[in-house]
Structure formats: C-alpha cells, structure tokens
Design a protein around this ligand. Sequence first.
Ligand SMILES: [Zn+2]
Length: 477
Amino acid sequence: MTFAPPPHSPSQPGRRNFFSSAAKLTAAGSLIGLGAAGTTTAAAPANCAKASGALARPTVRHYALSRVRLEDRFEFDGGKVMSTQTALYTLEIRDGKIARILPQGAQLPGALPHYDAQGLLLLPALRDMHTHLDKTFYGEPWQAPRRGKTIVEMIAIEEKLIPRLLPKSQERAEKLIELMHSKGTTVARSHCNIDPVSGLKSLEHLQLALARHRDSLACEIVAFPQHGLLRSGIEPLMREAVKMGVQYIGGLDPTNVDTHMEKSLDTTFGLALDTGAGIDFHLHEAAPTGLAAVNYIIGQVEANPKLRGKVTLSHAFVLASLDDGQLAELAGRMTAQKISLASTLPLGKGVMPLPQLAERGVFVMTGTDSITDHWLPFGNCDMLEKANLYAQLYRKLDEFQLSRSLAIATGNVLPLNDQGQRAWPLPGDSASGVLVAASCSAEAVARLPARAAVLHDGRVVYGGFDKEATGKNKAAG
Ligand SMILES: [Zn+2]
C-alpha cells in the first residue's frame, strides 16, 4: 500500500453486469459490447451497442471466434509509423489456447461452436501487478480515507480498522475481482496483510476469494508485513504464509517502519532464501534511506543468484530523485539481476523515470495499489487507463508511442513488435485478451473504449454473446 502522492484515477467504481449462466449456447452468437454504447471510439468497427436480451458464453473448450480484429503491421511514411493496419481473423480456441489463427472466411468444421466478435479489436490480457485485494472499501457505502500524517500513524489506524474489515474481506475481494474483470484484468499480483491483528485470516479469506475465481484470474500473492516485519514480530507468521502457498515475501520501509534497515532486509532475504519464495518490497522512503535500501536490495540479489529474476521493487519513489548517472547505474544493476519495478504511475513531484528505466532494460509493471480504501479514495481498476496515463505522463503521443504505452498494462505483451511484425497473438498462445471497439491499440490507449468481452484461457469472464444466431461464418469485411 502506497504512502505517497496518489496516481490520478477517476473514481468511477461500476458494477459488473451479471449474465445468466444458464444462457444457452447457440450455433453462432455475436459478441455484445455491454456498456460499449458509451464508447468514445468514433471509428468503432463493430455494432457493439446492443445490450438487451439473453446472453451466452461458451460452455465448451473448443470453439471458433470469428471476425476478430488483429493488428497486422504498421504503415510507415519516411521511416515514421503513421498508422496501424488490421484485418479480421477467425480464432480456433481449444483447451484454453489459440490453436489456429485463420483468415476470415476460412472453412471450419461445421460442428464447431462458433461465435462472432463483430470486428472488435483483441488486445492482450490486462494485468494489475500491484494490488491489495484483502483491503478495500469497495462494495461498501462510500467513505473517504482518514489519513494519518506518517506511515506509522497509518499503521495505527489500520490496526483498528482491520478487525472491522476482516469478517467480509472475502466478499469485498470477490466484488473487486469482478470489477477487475469488467475492465479486462485477468492477471494480478495481490499483496495480503500478514499482521498481528489479523494473523493469517486476511490470507485465508483472500485465498477463498481467489479459489472461487481460479478459472478467471491468475493471481500471485505477496505476504505483506504491513505493520512492519521486525516491528510487529511476525516472521513466524510469514513462514506459515509461505506454507499456505504465497509466492512472494513482502516488505515495507525497513528504516522508517522497522527502524533497522539491514536487519529488516536480512530477515526478508532470509525468509525468501529459506522458503524459495520471491520478494516484492514496498519502498516509499526518500533518499538517503530509500537509496540505501535500493542499493542493499540489489546487492543482496547480486550476492544470491537464486533470487535473480524473483525480486520486485514496488513504488521505489527514491528513483525519481536520482540524477541521470545514478539512475543509469542502478538501472544497469537491476537489469542484470532481473529486478522488476511495480509503479502506480504517481503524479506530481514524484513522477517516476519509468521510460528511462524501461529503455535500460528494467521490466516495469503497473498496478492499482487497490482502490477505494483507507489509504487512497481513487481508482476503478482500469489498467488500460494506466496505459493512457503513461502516455499522457510521458508524452507518448504518436501512433507508435501510443501503441508502445500499452506494454505497461500487459506485461510487455504487444500485438506488434517495434518493427511492426505480429508478436501477439500467435498460435499456441493462451486464449486470453480483451475485445474492444477500437481500430488499433494506439486508439484503445488514447480513447479508452469500454471492454466488450474478456477472455481468460478461452473462457469468457466478462461480456457475452448474443443469443440471436446467424449460423454463418461471416466473410471478411
Ligand atoms: Zn501497495
């Protein structure tokens, strides 16, 4: 959970539309863009405004999805990308994978259930790589945060709040997951409090929520000592959390909260090395302690090759205060150790040097840091909006740069590579992605169309299909 200037995220928490699970599969259905009637995309290539009538989703693991718009190449003018060329394809989806990508109109086995994407653009799955599904007010009546002045004051507030939130934390997490799906997110990393107030209960509730969405959300968990690892004496609980299945050891401001940087970080790294877990460390501290912590963390990974590729710095606001030389040096070391960075894209004086880090090879991710909670009132779980914010914040304004901005929200998965060749989807890829009424990913980043349908491993987890069947595999158009 961040303790810094919040990212700009208009608060429009909506509710997912629920569909009848009993809706009947038809021989051919057409995708409906629920909520897409309000899309800002002028060049919507499909009629996706219909939002009435019964809806269906595939109930089988082998089907065809026709008239899917995929990006084919860039159009160049004098070496500069001027536009993105797309075409319509039929995807044969089998056992959660894209088995074949066929030209629109190709002959398919007649018995194969067949759905119609109506020309909507398929984007890669969206990823919220820093959230706190265990702590949110979402689903409750509106309340603004009561902020403390320091992180220690915030912890004191939380110690009283957590017992009140805990009884319904599973229910709220599930509502948040449904909101995430409505925005296209099907991959996430959630921190989860491990603290003396809730013990392992927050984790138990989160795992129950995730178990009920195991077919729609791929979610890693970070055991997060929000009240301090040393300060709250929870090292044994952290070990229990790993036994319960968390993939990452979390951490928090080793000087400001634990008051002993080296001992705190040594304990964190000891836990990771003992258990085989990775590390995802919240670091809000400014220089000099924040910089010392970054250096110490990188040094620990350099000294323990088993952790290479398994460590993430979350926030790391101190990186925004470094000069070019310091940043280049740290970025080089982070890249060598495959240390990733998760950032919420903060505004204001703490604007992070994310493009500079990415250009030097640091894997940069973004996340919501949860929404509507006792830390921040903002957020709607829209990771495409994070890509849009990235483009605005770093002036990525042309076709090429807008299209590249999508990477922050997709784990660097982009439809076209920098040379304009199709990089995604390819046969064998997971049948996961987001269908939107946009002509290309640059337009989607700029104009934020509503999500019409969301696929995760071949399953439709948001949106649905028109029950009115045409029964034909429509030709390209
Ligand atoms: Zn956080």
